[in-house]
Design a protein. Structure first.
Length: 135
């Protein structure tokens, strides 16, 4: 779910990979729907920076990366990816095994990618949440 002004709500299968406690986890989902004719996929990774084997996932001492991508569903055109930047907020709440939970994000900034490389995007930063269940 992405809050206005971009506004999006979609769902689809999630592919989850645990990196072992406290190693972190990765979740990727594609074909979540479309926004203005562009397909939507989303992913996030939680990487442990702590070595405490008893820490729940995600544990204190973790780094989290969230990516939301919009890509042309036909023809060509720029792909726009949203990811954290200084000032962005990302919070993860998950089951102890990391197989289900919610990640909330605010202030993910856009970057457009064209065939010749990165380009500046005039899109606004986005906020929202993703839930997953890989049990």
């Amino acid at each position: 779910e992405i809050d206005p002004p971009l506004e999006f709500s979609g769902s689809g299968p999630a592919f989850c990979q645990s990196h072992g406690v406290p190693g972190g986890l990765s979740v990727f989902s594609e074909q979540l729907g479309t926004i203005d004719g562009q397909g939507v996929n989303a992913s996030f990774d939680v990487a442990a920076t702590s070595t405490d084997p008893n820490a729940p996932a995600p544990a204190p001492g973790t780094e989290t990366f969230v990516s939301i991508n919009l890509f042309p569903t036909s023809g060509s055109g720029p792909q726009v990816g949203y990811s954290p930047a200084p000032g962005s907020q990302v919070e993860v709440e998950s089951a102890p095994d990391g197989l289900s939970g919610t990640v909330e994000f605010a202030g993910l900034v856009p970057m457009a990618f064209e065939e010749r490389g990165p380009a500046v995007s005039d899109a606004e930063p986005i906020s929202g949440r993703m839930t997953w269940n890989c049990e």
